[in-house]
Ligand binder design. Structure first.
Ligand SMILES: [Zn+2]
Length: 254
């Protein structure tokens, strides 16, 4: 019993007196646990690190060293050998510099079609005075050839170039046409716009299809405001504008 009692005493006194030692034990335990945790973590990290690095590390280091040496020698070789290729590499850089301006050219070419797109809605040939009433077509009239189509709208209505071209005549030639404009389209055909109240272009001026060249009026031999529109297949060889314009996608109504 005494043996037991001292054991119990040891147990009981352990609790009392050994509270102090238990604290260090606990502290030790905590320290141990903490150390174990740290070790575990450290080991884990080390393990991870080692598993990640150990096997590759030594081999990689050795390989790295070898590969570095080899790479250094290769680099030296390549540098030596590529001393000549370096200049061709410089020449491709020059060629790469040349495609750069081509890119800029392409970039310049891109915005060019953009304004073309803005003008693309305007077809190659357009109605010189849209919405007008046809008062007279091409043909014999009163014993003479009416060599154009008469298009009527209130005086001052803008007259537009039927197609792109160059203004070859602009003014009043005192020939009955009043203020008239000739546009040479460069295809052997010219268009003629007569009886204008006011001319908006000058000789030699380049005009685009649909561009305003003047304003409708009744100058010259005209009974009232209208556009006398002619198409010349060669200067002063008037043809019927109706089929010609229709062939170019414009129906003038005759
Ligand atoms: Zn006429």
């Amino acid at each position: 019993m005494q043996e037991d009692s001292p054991v119990q005493n040891e147990n009981t006194p352990d609790t009392a007196p050994t509270e102090q030692p238990q604290r260090p034990r606990r502290r030790n335990r905590l320290v141990v646990l903490g150390a174990a945790a740290l070790i575990a973590l450290g080991l884990g990290g080390v393990v991870v690190a080692t598993t990640g690095t150990d096997h590759p590390a030594p081999t990689a280091v050795s390989l790295d060293a070898q590969s570095r040496n080899e790479a250094a020698s290769r680099a030296d070789r390549s540098a030596r050998e590529s001393s000549t290729p370096v200049t061709p590499s410089a020449s491709p850089s020059a060629t790469s510099a040349s495609p750069a301006p081509t890119k800029t050219v392409a970039a310049k070419a891109e915005p060019k079609p953009k304004p073309k797109k803005t003008t693309k809605p305007t077809p190659a040939w357009v109605d010189p005075m849209p919405g007008a009433t046809v008062t007279s077509c091409y043909g014999q009239r009163w014993g003479t050839l009416h060599a154009g189509i008469d298009l009527a709208l209130p005086s001052g209505t803008p007259i537009r170039a039927a197609a792109a071209g160059t203004v070859t005549q602009a003014g009043d030639a005192a020939d009955g046409y009043g203020n008239s404009v000739f546009i040479d389209h460069g295809t052997g055909y010219l268009t003629h716009y007569a009886h204008q109240s006011r001319i908006a272009v000058t000789v030699g001026q380049r005009v685009k299809a649909g561009q305003i060249i003047g304003y409708e009026g009744a100058t010259g031999d005209a009974t009232g405001p209208h556009l006398h529109f002619e198409v010349h297949q060669g200067m002063w060889n008037q043809i019927d504008p109706a089929p010609f314009m229709r062939a170019h996608g414009v129906d003038l109504g005759c």
